[in-house]
Write a protein that binds this ligand. Structure first.
Ligand SMILES: Cc1cc2nc3c(=O)[nH]c(=O)nc-3n(C[C@H](O)[C@H](O)[C@H](O)COP(=O)(O)OP(=O)(O)OC[C@H]3O[C@@H](n4cnc5c(N)ncnc54)[C@H](O)[C@@H]3O)c2cc1C
Length: 394
């Protein structure tokens, strides 16, 4: 999913160069970092700068509106505007297009020169005032994503798209959609091609907006495509390579979801701990009961382990190394830890944890998505198992 609200925020803390840093300087910074290994949790100066920008924005602009956005199920337009102004929606976009950083995006999409025009048109907008959506899932193809039925028929120099996409993040706000459609069913998944479709293209309609358990401020809608005509020049990359781009985007996305889950796990822990150090029962601070201390230590350890998995996967991605297994592990584990952390925090808070007066219940609702989107936990386990098998099979 391109640019969900939470992901750029969290991923920003892992990005390696500040907004508008010259490319040469960025390369030098990366080079000196890579020659001197550092503990994974020690961020570079640039990363720290970006992380504090994100933390400030989250504290000043997002926190005061969280409750209201959750209640109405809609992101505040000012937040999106602010994210763009801070450069946080362009953390993966090359600096030459007004974004912050080339490496993550380049690793994700090998966009050939022939679509330079598309890059010129969309990347500066995505960095400054536009949101994009990634349209892969359909009613009949979720985990089995490449069984998608949206079809693209060639008519002269154009393609005509027909089908319905489901569960599309940001669809309500998006200005551009990356649509996966099969342009040659006889080739199976190798017919899947990725089309760039403008929101105002005739025949593209945003359908039902889902009323969700969590991440309610992020829109999730169906997208209907009825005789949507797009020029062949709107093919992203190469014909029939859509499945490869989808895999790349999902691998990268899984690290993003891992980071999102890590942020939620740490966030709910951080809002809970002060209460446990104030409230007394039986004349004792709750956090001083050994029965509580051991549970707290266990959750803190799991959060730290999740952080190492997520940061390592992000570093591998930045370095252009294979990352499928590590990305799947990071997402799988971080989403498990986030659920444990949120659940435990509610229990530790007692009755107040179960009310909307305290933020823990929202964390508990928000973490659930981590085990579902960008591949369910079972699908992550299958990916990991396949990768392990390949290493040991003779
Ligand atoms: C809030 C939200 C946002 C989303 N955003 C996007 C988006 O922006 N773009 C997009 O394209 N999609 C998006 N999705 C779709 C999401 O990726 C799918 O929901 C997800 O991949 C699961 O597919 P499904 O819902 O069809 O479940 P199913 O595939 O029907 O799975 C149901 C259950 O069966 C299990 N299962 C299925 N196959 C196997 C197997 N082989 N082995 C073991 N267990 C299996 C699953 O693990 C799961 O528990 C979003 C979904 C949600 C809920």
């Amino acid at each position: 999913m391109l640019s969900t609200v939470a992901r750029p925020l969290l991923r920003a803390s892992l990005a390696s160069v500040p907004r508008r840093m010259p490319v040469a300087a960025a390369t030098a910074a990366t080079a000196s970092y890579s020659t001197k290994p550092q503990p994974l949790t020690i961020l570079t100066e640039d990363e720290q700068m970006l992380a504090s920008t994100v933390a400030r924005f989250a504290e000043d602009k997002i926190r005061p509106r969280v409750r209201q956005m959750d209640a109405v199920g809609k992101i505040d337009a000012d937040i999106l505007k602010g994210l763009h102004e801070q450069g946080l929606m362009g953390v993966e976009i090359p600096a030459e297009y007004g974004g912050t950083n080339a490496s993550f995006m380049s690793a994700c999409l090998d966009w050939p020169r022939s679509i330079r025009a598309s890059k010129d048109k969309y990347l500066p907008r995505l960095a400054t005032d536009m949101v994009g959506s990634f349209c892969l899932s359909e009613a009949g193809s979720g985990s089995d994503a490449f069984a998608l039925q949206t079809k693209a028929e060639k008519k002269g120099d154009d393609y005509i798209l027909n089908g319905t996409k489901m569960w599309i993040t940001n669809a309500a706000e998006a200005g551009v959609f990356l649509v996966m459609a099969n342009a040659d069913f006889s080739k199976g998944y190798k017919g899947i091609t990725c089309f760039i479709v403008d929101r105002d293209t005739p025949g593209l309609e945003i359908g039902k907006k889902e009323d969700k358990l969590g991440i309610r401020a992020s829109s999730t809608c169906s997208v209907n495509l009825t005789d949507v005509r797009v020029p062949a020049s709107n093919i992203l990359g190469k014909f029939g390579q859509g499945y490869k781009y989808a895999i790349s985007m999902l691998n990268e996305g899984r690290i993003g979801i891992g980071a999102q889950m890590l942020g939620l796990a740490q966030g709910v822990f951080d809002v809970t701990m002060p209460y446990l150090h104030q409230r007394k029962q039986f004349g004792t601070i709750i956090a001083e009961f050994q029965g509580m201390q051991h549970q707290i230590a266990q959750v803190a350890t799991e959060i730290t382990a999740a952080r190492l998995l997520v940061y390592n996967a992000a570093r591998l991605q930045e370095a252009g190394r294979p990352v499928a297994q590590e990305a799947a592990m990071a997402k799988l584990y971080a989403s498990q830890v986030a659920e444990t952390s949120a659940s435990k925090c509610i229990e530790w808070l007692g009755g107040v944890g179960f009310t909307k007066d305290f933020p823990a219940e929202k964390y508990y609702r928000d973490v659930k998505i981590g085990k579902i989107y960008e591949g369910t936990s079972n699908i992550q386990l299958s990916t990991i198992a396949k990768s392990i098998s390949a290493q040991y099979r003779s």
